[in-house]
Each structure stands twice: as C-alpha cells, then as structure tokens.
Design a protein around this ligand. Structure first.
Ligand code: BGC
Length: 743
C-alpha cells in the first residue's frame, strides 16, 4: 500500500499543541506507517535504507514515513557517530556533499574534557542542521567489555561514568543545533560476531553498574531525543522487545521522554517491539507494516500501547527544523570545522611514553617509516564511516609544520603504497560497505632504508595503523598483536637509530587497544593518536613538533597481554564471515543457543571489567586506565573533601612544575568501606581537566558527584554506610591524595 497517503482524508493537521487530537484522528494504517521505517516494499524513490536512501537526503540510514495529509513530516536519520554518513555525490548534480569526519569516539573520551566533546558534537549537529538531518544515529556508547570488540572505535570507555558523561556532552553539543541524537546500542551490545542473535548473559549487578549505568548517566545529564535498541538478546530477551529495558527501566525509572528506535533490522516480532515500547522499527522490513496494522485490529496491540509510540514520535517530529519549515542550506562551513578540528583533536592524543624524545627539536630531520604515516587512517568503517573532503596524513601534517622529512624514505614508501593500492584494487570491489578497505601491507625487509634513514635523519617516526569495522570483531593475531613485518620494522629502526644515539618515536594510529608490551622498550616515545579524523595528521604533527602538549588520558586499559583480559568469554578468532554469519544464524535458527560466545556469551567477569579487574586483583598492566603523559610535570596537592546534602565536593590544587604549558586531568576514585564484600578496589566517580596551565602556575579544580553515585546494586541500589576512601590522582594507578567520607 502506498505509504505516504491514507485513503481517508482528515482535516486535523499536526501542530505542537494538538498531538493527542492527531493521534486520535489517525487510522491504524497511519499509525503503522509512522512506526515502521521506509525500507519496506516501496519504489526506489521512496525507499529508505542504509546507503539506499534516495528520498530527501541521499545516502542516509533511513527515514520515517511522512503522513502528508496530516502535515506529519518525515524524520531523516543519519549515522553517526564520527560525522554524518550520507552520499557525497548526487544523481545529476556535480556538487560534492562532504561532511566533516571527526575523530573516533575513543579519542573524544581520551580528552576527559566535556566541553571539547560538546564542541565535537556541535560541529556534527550544525552539519546535520545544514543538510536537513533530524536525528544523528550516535553517540555509540557501549562499554568496552573486551578490547577486541569490532566497534570499540565508536565507543568511549571501559568505565560507565566516563562513557555516560562523554555521551551526555556529545549529545548536548549535537542537540544545541535543534537536531537530535540516538544513544546506541541499548544495551549490552558488546560484540559484533553474530550480533543479530547473540545473547548477552549478564548479572543484574553488572547490567546495572556497567552496561546500563552509562546510558542512565547520559539520560540524566542530557535530554537525548532518542535511544536505539540493540540487536542482541539480553538474558534471553531481544533488547528491542524488552519491556523491562525499554519501558520499566529507561522510561519509568530514568524518566526518558524521547523515542526508542530499533537498530536496523533488530528483533523478530514487530508486535512485541511496539508492546515493549520500541516506538520506531527501522529501517522497516516487508511485512512489518501489515503486522502492526493487524495487531491493532485484532487487539494484540492495545490502543494505549500503539498510541504511546505514535505520540512519542510526533513529539519529536514537531521539534524538528523540517517540521518548522526551515530550509537546510546544504552549505555547512566545512573549512571552519576543519580548522577547529585540528586543535581540538590534540587534546585526545595520549602520550604513553617519552624518554626525552618529544617534542622534536626545532630543526630535527625526520625519517618517516610505516605505511600508516603516508596512508593515515582517519576513522573506522561500517555505518560509522564518513565521506569527508580530505584526510591529512602524517607526512603532510609534519610538512605543514615545517619539519624536514627524509625524501628518499618518503619516495620508497610512496612507491610501495602505489603498488599495494594496485594489488588491492580488485579485492576492494568485492567488499561490502560495512567492511573496511584492505590496507597496504607493511614494507617487508626495510633494512636498507632504515640504515639510510639512521645516517641521514635525526629521529625516526614509525606509524602503526589498525582499522576496524562494523560486523566483525578484531583478531588476536596480526591485529591486536603486531604483524611480524611491523615488529621487524620497529626492531630494525630501533637498532639502527639507537646505534647512532638517535631517538625512535612510535605513533599508534589505531582503532583500539593493541599489544604494546613486547616492543615498547624499543621506542623512546609512543604517541597514541587513535583514528583521529580527517585532520588528524595536522594534530599529531603539532604535538610532535611541540606546538602544544598532548593531554589525553586512556579511557581503557592497555593490558600486558591479551590473556590478562577479564572477559575471556568472547568470540576469539572466529573466521571472518562477519555479518553473513550473523544472518545465517539469525535466518536459519532464529534462536539457537548452543555455541558459546557466538550464540550466547556469559559475562562471567561480572563487574570486574577493565581496571575494576586489574586494580582489584593486582594484575600488572602495560598502561593503566586514566594514564597519559604531557610535556611537563604536575604536582597535585591540597585535596579538600566536603559533603553538602547529596553532593560530595572534592577540590584539588594542580601546579605545573615543569617548563611547558599543558593541561592536566584530575581523576577521583572511590573505595568502598572495608566490610563491603566483593567490590572493585577503586571506581571512577568524577574528573576534571584544568585549563592550559603555564609553567609555574596552578589551578584548583572542583569535582562534584552525588552521594547516590556511591550506591551499589544488590537487587536495588544500596548506599553502604561506613568509611569510604576517596582518592585523587592522574590515573587509576597514580592516586597520591585521599580523604575519607563517612556515610
Ligand atoms: C548499526 C547501527 C546503525 C544502523 C544504521 C546498524 O547496522 O548497528 O549502529 O546506526 O545500522 O546504519
């Protein structure tokens, strides 16, 4: 049936004040049309699905169905989270429609700076407004349960407080432009393998304290227009069909007032989704429309249930620019955004090691190694990919800072990469949109060039890159662990440069945690730049050149070895069938609980994820959660703690005792009273970043958190009486100050 018009013309037209009357005047078909997205059986012109939306804004992920005779405009939904995903070219139009590609979520959270993260969000929100997008499908905010989750690059942290606050800041930034976000993926969506049908089996305590907690914080501290329900099951029930998650917890307990939309193709029962409070079924598959109409007619779906969904969608529609007649300019200020990005991004670069190698000397001549230096990765792939106008690689970035590069090494790499590109071209066309492009292999046997470089240059910079994409989890070998050619390169460069007393810097241009312990002693400095967005090369170069100090801190632990990771139940090294495998399982078996870590995953580590495990059990790590160096030294002192009503306030003085201007992050952790059993040794409760502190200057930061944030889950939130120890420091492993709080 045609989706845009109902057979019965009515006179009620939607306004912000007559939503109830509009709902009352709608037919069951109108209501089903609004709920089920536009990817169902329709002509190409109307159809809307990831990458195939020709209607309104080409290439976005989906739209809702307009109900023209009632003045109900469509909602245009576009991925997220690192910028807008839409087509850059349009049929019969020679203009480019580029979007700004901001850094991956993990770099944003590495800033530990809410206002910078809001500014990143604001860039994207402004472009959404200018391109006519109503809801951005992001932020991605699942907890990094395991370092190999293929979508960790979109996510913020292993810690729920940092994740929730970052999501809130990002949301506030995007939404300041009158467009909405969709917090995703709700909930416990922590692996990609068999993502449509995997059952996350997780205790109530871990759910409440970790996997739901970040969403709860984001909803408390921002007002997201929408939440996206996840593909997976949670304890045997599809997240998108769970009334407990979507209605009881999200709405009744947390007071969420926006719309819940399903992830694309989630769930198996459209009727159960509506009954659970999943308002929008995206992108809408054939048959869903009929099921929702029939469900209303045969009473399986009550009028309260359907009307609640419809009303919530209309409440969002009336807030959109589209509904209010705003005509998008289609001319976002990409140039201004690009300039802003370069300096914002530096705040999320994490200096992991520095033995007098950085910043580079003013006149240093650099030998630039590693294909990643020339073929720099801006972001991950899948729905989170963004078509941007340019990507600045490290070579160009260093060049723009006036740093002299060894030309011969450059040309060797450029030549090698061109050859690799040719070799890979036929394979690229075989890959689908959600897979990442195959990367040029590392230059094998680089000995001749490393010797040359060590003679000619003053310092070596070696880039190691890793990409990741939706639908796949990462592998242990040649992915988490470095490839043998990468290790050989680091070894060789280190040997040759160190023999001449010259320094070696490694830049990690990676989608997530990688193995560092086996090779880190060979480097004098390690700068983690994650996937830093389109202007990343400029930001990294400005930090290497000493124009500014890095001030990022880790939002996730770098373990000594993968075997130390607490979430050992994870689909390790499953063959790369990705989404196909999910679809096979899903289509053939629907619900087939027999293969551990594929059909179901037991979260046996419970709440001991990341530093909650390492710190509590005294497991050595390569770089702890919260860690990050700068080009200066800081001293923390004068910790003051007081409580007023429900608010705990901590003050700490931070002094820059070195000789470089930089920012510092102060982190506050809590330790439960001694007699409370089975608790993590420390848990993050707050943080603050200083302003840029000039050498010799100090700032007192103030960090507040509600007493109720100390509650723990025991079939309900419980606040434990006794002596809580509150620590302050600059990482989970460096907490020099503490004070007691009696509850
Ligand atoms: C992803 C979502 C995304 C949606 C629309 C799904 O495959 O899981 O994160 O927003 O597609 O592209």
């Amino acid at each position: 049936m045609p989706a845009t018009f109902s057979a019965f013309a009515k006179t009620v037209r939607l306004t912000p004040d007559n939503i109830d009357a509009v709902v009352a005047a709608m037919t069951p078909e109108d209501k089903a049309n609004l709920i089920v997205g536009m990817a169902r059986d329709m002509s190409d012109e109307l159809r809307a699905d990831v990458g195939y939306t020709y209607h309104i804004v080409p290439g976005v992920a989906g739209t809702t169905c307009p109900i023209t005779y009632m003045g109900v405009t469509p909602l245009v939904l576009a991925d997220g989270p690192a910028g807008i995903r839409m087509d850059s070219r349009r049929k019969g139009d020679s203009k480019d429609y580029f979007c700004t590609r901001v850094p991956m979520g993990t770099l944003l959270s590495s800033t530990w700076n809410d206002s910078i993260v809001a500014a990143f969000g604001s860039i994207i929100g402004e472009e959404c407004r200018d391109y006519g997008i109503d809801i951005l499908l992001g932020p991605g905010m699942n907890i990094m349960r395991n370092p190999l989750c293929g979508r960790n690059f979109e996510y913020y942290s292993e810690d729920p407080l940092l994740s929730g606050k970052m999501a809130a800041a990002f949301t506030n930034g995007v939404q300041s432009h009158g467009v909405g976000v969709s917090l995703k993926h709700f909930a416990a969506n922590n692996q990609e393998i068999n993502r449509l049908a995997n059952d996350s089996r997780v205790s109530q305590r871990a759910l409440r304290e970790l996997y739901l907690r970040n969403f709860e914080i984001a909803i408390r501290e921002s007002e997201p227009w929408s939440v996206m329900s996840a593909y997976n099951y949670v304890n045997g029930e599809y997240a998108s069909q769970s009334k407990t998650l979507l209605t009881d917890i999200l709405r009744r307990e947390w007071g969420f007032e926006g719309v819940v939309m399903s992830d694309w193709g989630a769930g198996i029962s459209a009727v159960d989704m509506v009954k659970a409070g999943n308002d929008m079924i995206q992108p809408g598959i054939n048959g869903n429309f009929e099921k929702i109409v029939n469900g209303q007619k045969d009473g399986t779906i009550s009028s309260e249930e359907i009307d609640a969904c419809v009303k919530r969608i209309l409440e969002i529609i009336v807030r959109t620019h589209r509904f209010n007649g705003y005509k998008p300019s289609e001319k976002p200020d990409l140039e201004a955004h690009s300039q802003a990005l370069a300096s914002m991004t530096s705040e999320g670069l994490v200096l992991l090691k520095n033995e007098s190698a950085l910043p580079l000397a003013k006149d240093a001549r650099v030998a630039l190694f590693g294909v990643g230096s020339y073929d720099f990765l801006p972001g991950g792939d899948g729905s989170g990919a963004v078509r941007c106008s340019h990507v600045v690689n490290l070579k160009e970035g260093l060049g723009s800072k006036g740093i002299t590069l060894s030309e011969r090494i450059d040309s060797v790499y450029e030549c090698w990469i061109a050859g690799e590109q040719k070799r890979l071209a036929p394979m690229k066309t075989l890959r689908t949109w959600y897979q990442y492009d195959m990367r040029p292999l590392e230059l094998p046997c680089p000995e001749a060039y490393t010797s040359y470089g060590a003679e000619e240059a003053d310092v070596a910079v070696v880039t190691i890159s890793r990409n990741s994409a939706e639908g796949f989890d990462r592998h242990l070998e040649r992915d988490y662990m470095l490839h043998i050619d990468e290790l050989a390169l680091i070894h060789d460069v280190s040997e040759k440069f160190h023999a001449r007393g010259k320094k070696v810097v490694v830049v990690l241009n990676v989608c997530g945690v990688v193995d560092v312990a086996p090779w880190r002693d060979l480097a004098d400095a390690i700068l983690l730049c994650w996937l830093p967005g389109q202007d990343g090369g400029t930001s990294v170069a400005s930090v290497l050149a000493g124009e500014e100090s890095p001030s990022g801190h880790l939002p996730v632990t770098f373990p000594m070895r993968y075997a130390d990771v607490p979430s050992q139940n994870f689909p390790l090294n499953v063959p790369e069938t990705g989404l196909n495998q999910s679809f096979e399982h899903f289509n053939a078996k629907r619900k087939y609980y027999d293969i551990p870590n594929i059909d179901y995953t037991d979260y046996d580590e419970d709440i001991y994820v990341g530093y909650r495990h390492y710190a509590t059990r005294g497991v050595d790590v390569a770089y702890p959660f919260g860690f990050g160096l700068t080009y200066t030294d800081f001293e923390l002192s004068d910790m003051k703690l007081n409580r007023k009503g429900d608010t705990v306030r901590v003050r700490v003085k931070v002094r820059n005792t070195g000789d470089f201007a930089a920012k510092q992050v102060v982190q506050i952790y809590a330790t439960a009273p001694k007699d409370v059993p089975d608790r993590p040794k420390i848990e993050l409760k707050g943080y603050a970043k200083t302003h840029l502190l000039q050498p010799g200057t100090a700032e007192t930061v103030e960090i507040e958190f509600p007493v109720s944030d100390l509650a723990i889950w025991e079939n309900g939130w419980n606040l434990k009486h006794g002596k809580w120890q509150i620590h302050a420091g600059t990482s989970s492993a460096d907490l020099p100050l503490s004070a007691f709080l009696e509850l």
